[in-house]
Write a protein that binds this ligand. Structure first.
Ligand SMILES: [Mg+2]
Length: 215
């Protein structure tokens, strides 16, 4: 039995586009000037938590309570979270051929679970490991080990990681002894060892896994 772990944001779903759409609408609703809109987009760029909205509320003098802003953001992003074409079919195909499939993502539990449900991913995988819930973040080894354990993968068994973040997904997975497929997009840091495969779409990554077989 082989296990494949997938990153969520900008791997199985297009987070960048969802956040950009939300920030544009949010800025228009609040009548922000371009500088304030850029400030919002920037604050949400890599990762957002409830604390992000405590800070933005202060900086931009917003009227709504921070908790409400966070809830609106969670709902807005979930509504915009579209799974990438053929990803669900590919995951189902992997599982039908004996693979265990898990999602390992950094972030807050509520927003990641809202996105997973909205994108139709919550019920098609063996396990979901979210950093806030498991108490470990990629690239920490504990995050990978916990995700594999949740999939029912035996320690030391063959496993793969598919993700777009060079350090978090690929560097971390290498240290944890996993094989890796990098989804191109970000700049690759020179000091980091290359992934086993590099691809442009998650569909290509799944094709590689299917070819590898579940041995
Ligand atoms: Mg990612």
């Amino acid at each position: 039995m082989t296990t494949a772990l997938f990153d969520l944001d900008n791997t199985l779903i297009d987070r960048q586009e969802a956040v950009a759409n939300w920030a544009r609408t949010f800025a228009a609703d609040h009548g922000f000037d371009p500088a304030a809109e850029a400030q919002v987009a920037d604050a949400l760029g890599e990762r957002a938590y409830p604390a992000t909205f405590v800070r933005l509320r202060d900086e931009l003098g917003l009227a709504e309570p921070a908790a409400q802003l966070w809830n609106d953001y969670v709902q807005g992003i979930a509504a915009n979270a579209k799974v990438r074409p053929n990803a669900i079919e590919g995951i189902e195909q992997l599982r039908a051929t004996g693979w265990k499939v898990g999602i390992l993502t950094n972030g807050a539990g509520d927003i990641q679970r809202a996105k997973l449900a909205a994108a139709g991913l919550a019920d098609v995988v063996d396990a979901i490991a979210i950093s806030e819930e498991i108490g470990a973040r990629k690239p920490d080894l504990a995050a990978f080990h916990t995700a594999l354990a949740l999939c029912g993968s035996a320690q030391g068994a063959k496993a793969w990681m598919v993700g777009d973040n060079p350090q978090g997904d690929i560097g971390g997975a290498h240290q944890a002894g996993l094989r890796t497929i990098w989804l191109r997009g970000r700049t690759w840091p020179q000091h980091l060892a290359a992934a086993h495969h590099s691809v442009d779409t998650v569909t290509e990554a799944i094709e590689i896994l299917l070819k590898e077989g579940n041995q």
